[in-house]
Design a protein around this ligand. Sequence first.
Ligand code: F6R
Length: 607
Amino acid sequence: MCGIIGYCGPRQAAPILLDGLKRLEYRGYDSAGISVGINHELTVIKQTGKIHDLRVHVPAEIAGTYGIGHTRWATHGGVTNTNAHPHVDNSGKIAIVHNGIIENYTAIKKKLEEKGVEFFTETDSEVIAHLIAQNYTGDLEKAMKDTLPVLEGTYGIVCMHADEPHKLVGARNGSPLVIGVANDEMFLASDVTAILAHTKQVVYLEDGHVVTITDDEFTIVDMSDRVVNKKIDEITWDLQEIEKGDFKHFMHKEIYEQPESVVRAFRGRIDREAATARLGGLNLNSRELLDIERIKIIAAGTSFHAGLVASYMIEQTARVPCSAELASEVRYRNPIVERNTLYFAVSQSGETADTLYAMRELQRKGARVLGICNVVGSTIPRESDGGVYIHSGPEIAVASTKAFTSQITALYLFCLVMARMRHMSFESGEWYIRNLTDIPDKIAEIFNTADKMQVIAKKYCSFTDFLFLGRGINYPVALEGALKLKEISYIHAEGYSAAEIKHGPIALINEETPSVFLVPDDRLREKVVSNMKEVKARRGPLIAIATEGDMEILDIADDVFFVPKVPELFYPFIMVVPLQLLAYFCAVELKRDVDQPRNLAKSVTVE
Ligand code: F6R
């Protein structure tokens, strides 16, 4: 969703801000703007569209060595140049950028208007600029601190003042802000990708803290004016990880990164001598792990599908009841938190509002919630009671791919811990580890025939409705396949359990509705084959993802994509990759904006 960057230092700010905004592009936005300061004046430029559209409106001669920039994803007020950030106060001396939502902005606006303040935008954020102006007596940090108690809602804010050059003041409540520390220059950003080209030294700001940066130092204080000492963290990502390299799209690159990202999720966590996993971040001792009677996974979108996959594995292998639920539903149904239930909040970004708020509600009721997240320092891992980072590296494409397989890996490791503590033998533990650690090579094998999926995509991408069908542990993979296709190619797709089609969806089947069947050589193969025949009898085009060597499927399906053989419960890793490729190639064929599909944002920080 929205993105923030701020800069103080010796260099011209505008190119740095524009470059930072470009790096934030993946988060999804509809307009952008910058403000730079020099000679007690601010220059503000805002533009709807892409960063390129903003860039052409920024004059080459623009001067100013401190400034702020923002990418906006509209919530309050239409997508217009005026509504884009930065917003300025009536003097034109103060500019602010804001991520989040100010829930009480209408009341604040009314009061300010009564005092004669003139408003220019339809946004909630503009009130912040005017409030800071009202509180300003020559000290921007103090004005910010006096403003924050009035604001209800969520925010990451950065502001600047024309009369306090080379100073930015930031604050956060529920919306991330990170300080970038470099030699003789400082940054503020909502996401480390915005500043990675300049520094790997970062400090994550906490809710309730206010930061002031100048060219060469940063100071953090709490709302009682106590100085907060925070350690500087080192980002482990490299710049090349947030660049496309030889790939045309980030999504393509990230699909291909999966052999490596799955390794990163299990590296250092497997104890072969004990045939189990070691997950230090769980913060649970053996006694507590043994006391767990139930596991519940909460998540949204693709992360929810990963949770569903894991629920099959955990129940069948660890024999502990496990279910996955949409976080957005959990929150509002007054969830019952039972004793000895362990919760997982699964989220690539660690910022998804639905998952975060559901987690907080569960914690209020006494639940222990662990995070399975990718983005280090994001809100869910910080607020959870422990958890596991999946270490996928930055996922830039809006459509989640490598995070899915890494989330499953992390949950499968947890499953191994639980199973080995209960009934799983040493030998079975070894078998499980062998199969899990074989997965990266099996995924890599799939890429050898990726061109076949490109041919399939070309053949089918002009259809407007698809069904994705799988059973057992591959049912959630069917849901994921449908989600991938619809979000990046805009083709309507539904995911179902293959068994369910006879309960309704089969009415959709005709020559115009292709079905993608997941039909591995598992216990349910014969049942799925029967479901395929039901579709074939109704002249529905059939695409099958089947285990290599399964020649019978060639006779039934119109097109078959073969995948390597793995044990039944490991198929989701292998089944999902062809579906990611199918969605990708369809989107490319249809000339969609693969990495930034319409209306979507990478991290959904609103409910
Ligand atoms: C789908 C997709 C979304 C996210 C969902 C949750 O490709 O990216 O469905 O999976 O918004 O996001 P996280 O995992 O960041 O909580």
